[in-house]
Design a protein around this ligand. Structure first.
Ligand code: SF4
Length: 230
């Protein structure tokens, strides 16, 4: 199974289906942000990462232009990532809370991280077509990550597109076929027998305005731990 996700990640990294995003990633990596002028930006599709035997799949939105598009690892080197990895470490799903670059020693425990799109989009807004292009990779991951029991969707777009991926794979919305509603720390039983937990995204827009607090975010991982131990 590990080999399956490894070759999928190789395919993702070499993907060039979305011209606009590929150009943007390259452009950002040559312009750079002043504080990262000495960094060599990744500047291409960012692969998923984590434990291929994980029971928890986390679906984010997209790499940040100067975060994962710079470091080459999902959620690494930006403020959303510092919230996410702090929470994962607190609940025993990561060996450290810091995440700076691909060689920082971070190891995820029982967690695999992917995103709706693997290329950084301008203004963090991928188009419908770009999301549809990349949804094929999410479908592949759902098939390959056969130990997953709980999926955490970070933000409404991740939530909607995880469900879309399930539908594309032939599953109904949920076990009772009701369309799930997005909200913070809600959980659903999907018709493939897994749990889907929705969370507000730990974006700066949410964390700086107090829409998402640390306690609220930790509540998601408390719930996930409870689901896995029951
Ligand atoms: S967003 Fe996904 S489908 Fe589009 S170019 Fe990047 S990896 Fe390929």
């Amino acid at each position: 199974m590990g080999i399956g996700v490894a070759s999928l990640n190789t395919k993702i990294t070499a993907c060039n289906r979305c011209d606009r995003l590929i150009d943007y990633c390259k452009d950002v990596s040559t312009r750079k942000k002043r504080m990262y002028l000495d960094d060599e930006y990744w500047g291409k599709p960012v692969p998923s990462f984590g434990d291929p035997n994980a029971e928890i799949l986390i679906v984010g939105l997209a790499p940040a232009a100067h975060g994962a598009n710079r470091t080459g690892r999902m959620f690494t080197g930006d403020r959303s990532g510092s919230w996410l990895f702090e929470a994962l470490h607190r609940f025993g799903f990561a060996n450290q809370s810091g995440s700076y670059n691909r060689e920082d020693g971070l190891i995820l425990n029982n967690v695999y991280i992917t995103a709706v799109v693997h290329c950084a989009p301008p203004q963090n807004k991928p188009s419908r077509e770009e999301i549809a292009n990349c949804n094929l990779y999410l479908q592949e991951e759902i098939k390959l990550l056969s130990n997953v029991k709980v999926v955490i969707a970070l933000g409404r777009i991740a939530f909607d597109n995880y469900i879309k991926a399930l539908k594309n794979l032939g599953y109904n919305w949920t076990a009772d076929d009701e369309k799930p509603i997005f909200g913070h720390n809600l959980d659903y039983r999907t018709s493939d027998g897994k749990f889907l937990v929705s969370s507000f995204h730990p974006s700066q827009q949410n964390t700086q305005t107090g829409r998402l607090t640390r306690d609220m975010f930790h509540g998601v991982f408390e719930k996930v731990r409870r689901i896995l131990t029951n």
